[in-house]
Ligand binder design. Sequence first.
Ligand SMILES: C[S@@+](CC[C@H](N)C(=O)[O-])C[C@H]1O[C@@H](n2cnc3c(N)ncnc32)[C@H](O)[C@@H]1O
Length: 225
Amino acid sequence: MTDPEEHVRNLAAEALAGANPTGWFERLYAEADAGDAVVPWDRGSPHRLLVRWTQNKRLHGEGKRALVVGCGLGEDAEFVSAFGYDTFAFDVSATAIRNARERFPSTKVRYRTADLLDPPDNWPGSFDLVVESLTVQSLPDSLRDSAIGQVSEMVGPGGTLVVIAAVWEERAEPEPGPPWPLTKAEVEAFATGSLRAATIEEVVDAGPPETHRWLAEFHRPRKRN
Ligand SMILES: C[S@@+](CC[C@H](N)C(=O)[O-])C[C@H]1O[C@@H](n2cnc3c(N)ncnc32)[C@H](O)[C@@H]1O
């Protein structure tokens, strides 16, 4: 089997050449479902930095709604749901969503297939917690502004957004993606409208592989300015 990261880059390159930049996700998940490929980000556990973010936070999700963007196989969504949030989780890949439901048969998470770039009308402004882990970095430059804007829009009054993404040092030579890491300015760009950055940290994610990542938290005031 080809190296999983290289396979992802090949699939993405074909999809980009065919002007269908998100089409490769479904192909990859379907191949993995058939046992013909590996999903490189399938850790079988929630993201380490999401776990770290929740530590010392005393999260109480009862009576609140959470949204997990590009949820893949559901590990982060299940983790968030365990804090009591009414948790919605979506992915552009129908196979990923089917596999997430199969992986967690007694889940309380509301999984659905949806496109971040064209989300359901009743989602913007309706979540108390939004988790964006590694999805924006998997989209090419041409879609980035729109993807960042859509993620931010989901956060309701008094809500919080958590962003996890690989760091692109602005002076570094761009590498063939995906992933296409984010610059600090791109992370700051999540602060649109009344959404404000609370913390933007560059942290070492022990991996493997060891990676520098942004771990950022944003808040929307209860009353819009
Ligand atoms: C690199 S994976 C990260 C998965 C998961 N968030 C994690 O941290 O392990 C990116 C995920 O975003 C999904 N995705 C990509 N573009 C999307 C879009 N436009 N709308 C919804 N999901 C999308 C992919 O199918 C994939 O599951």
